[in-house]
Design a protein around this ligand. Structure first.
Ligand code: GAR
Length: 206
C-alpha cells in the first residue's frame, strides 16, 4: 500500500501540498508524493517539495503556443512518474480533457467553498459578496468542467460578520489541511465507491 504514488499540481504557496507531504511522511496516508509540477516559476509549492526531497518540474505555460501543447507536455511529465493519484492543490488552471481522460477517476481537487456554490476563482470573496452564513471546502474528483466533478468530502464553517476574504480563507484553509489528506487516505484504502455522480464512503464516522 505504502508505494502508492501521488503527483501534485500546484500554482502557489502550497500549504495543501504541505499537508499531503506531512501526512504521507508520518504514514497517515499510505503513499508518497513522487512529483510536484507547477505552472508558476519559483512557486512556494516547489520549494516545499524540494525540502522534502520530492522531484519538481516547472512547466512554463508561456512557451507553448497552444493550450493543447502545454497539456501534452504536462501529460508526458505525469506519465513518466506513473502516479496512482493526481492531486490538484491550488492549481489555477483547468486541466485539459486528454489528462482528465487518461487519469479518469484518479484526479482530485480541493476547492474553498461548498460546491456547487462559488466555483472558480476567489471562492471566499464570492461567498462574502453573496452573503452566505455558512461556507466550507470540497474535495472532488476532477472532470472536464470547472469544479464540477463528483464530490468526495465536504466540511462547513461559519462566515462571521467581520470576515474579510483573508480571514475567511484562513478559517477554510485549516479545514482543507485535514480534509484533503483524509480524502487521499480513503482513496488509497479503496473506501471510495463512485456510482454516477455520487461517491459513497465505506468507513464509519467520516
Ligand atoms: C486553497 O484554498 C485551495 O482550496 C484553493 O487555492 C488555495 C491554495 O492554497 N484552490 C482553488 O481555489 C482552486 N479553484 P495553497 O497553495 O496554500 O494550498
Amino acid at each position: 500500500m505504502a508505494d502508492q504514488r501521488i503527483a501534485v499540481l500546484a500554482s502557489g504557496r502550497g500549504t495543501n501540498l504541505q499537508s499531503l507531504l506531512d501526512r504521507t511522511s508520518d504514514g497517515s496516508i499510505p503513499g508518497k508524493v513522487v512529483l510536484v509540477v507547477s505552472d508558476v516559476q519559483g512557486a512556494n509549492a516547489l520549494e516545499r517539495a524540494e525540502k522534502s526531497d520530492v522531484e519538481t518540474r516547472f512547466l512554463d505555460y508561456a512557451v507553448f503556443s497552444r493550450k493543447s501543447d502545454y497539456e501534452q507536455a504536462l501529460l508526458e511529465v505525469l506519465e513518466e512518474k506513473q502516479p496512482d493519484l493526481i492531486c490538484l492543490a491550488g492549481y489555477m488552471r483547468i486541466l485539459g480533457s486528454a489528462i482528465v481522460k487518461r487519469f479518469e477517476g484518479r484526479i482530485m481537487n480541493i476547492h474553498p467553498s461548498l460546491l456547487p456554490a462559488f466555483p472558480g476563482l476567489e471562492a471566499q470573496r464570492q461567498a462574502l459578496e453573496y452573503g452566505v452564513k455558512v461556507t466550507g471546502c470540497t474535495v472532488h474528483f476532477v472532470d472536464a468542467g470547472m469544479d464540477t466533478g463528483p464530490i468526495i468530502l465536504q466540511r462547513s464553517c461559519p462566515v462571521l460578520d467581520e470576515d474579510t476574504p483573508e480571514t475567511l480563507a484562513a478559517r477554510i484553509l485549516e479545514i482543507e489541511h485535514r480534509l484533503y489528506p483524509l480524502a487521499v487516505r480513503l482513496f488509497f484504502e479503496n473506501k471510495l465507491e463512485s456510482r454516477g455522480r455520487r461517491v459513497y464512503i465505506k468507513e464509519d464516522g467520516i
